[in-house]
Write a protein of this length. Sequence first.
Length: 210
Amino acid sequence: LEMWMIGQNVEDVLAMDLEDGVPTNEDLTSSVTIGVDGYLAAVEQAWNEAEEADGAETVGLGIETHINKSKGATDEDPAQAQVDTYLSATAFDADENVINTIIDVAQVRVAYDEEGQVATDLEEEVRTKKERGDDYGMAGVSEIGKEWFEQVEDFEAWLQGQTVEEATSLELNENDAPAIEDLQSSVTIDVTGYLSVLEDSAENIALSAQ
C-alpha cells in the first residue's frame, strides 16, 4: 500500500476504489486485502497538517507505545488500561540537524467496572494531547501556567538546529524536564519519551525529501 501511494497526490490516494474498506484497484487486489480506511484518513490528515521544512534532505517517523501506566484491580478500585503512544515526525538536513519536528502523544485510558466490563465509551473520539489543546488542562496546575501543547511547541522549536546526539544529551532535572536555562521557563514536562521518539525518527528515515 505504501509503495502504491508513492508518486500519487492526495486526491488520487483518497479516490482509491474500495469495497468494504478493501482496495479493489487491479494494482492492489493481489497484494492488499486489509481494510485501509484508517490509513487513508491518516494520509489525508498528514497532508492537511503538513509543516514547512526548508532545507530538509530526509524525513523519519518515530513511534513508541507504552502500557506501563495500566493498573490492575484492587480492593478499592477497578482496573484501568492506559496506552501512551509517543510520536515524532522529523525532517533533517544533510548534516543530520533537525530542520523541523512534530511531537505528539496519544494517551488512551480504558476504564473497567467492578465486573471487569469496559466502562469507557468506545465511540468517544480519541484525541492526542495536541489535539486536545486547552482542554488537556495542564495550564491550571503548571508552575509556569502553560498548556502541554504550548510546552511541547517550545521544545520542538528548541530542537531545530540540533543533531539527535546533541538533543539526547540534554541536561534534565530530577523530574526529567529540561534543566538548561533556555528551556527552564517554558518546558517543565518530562521530555524523555519525546527524545526517544526523536532518536527513533532518525533511525527510521523514510525517504529523501528531494
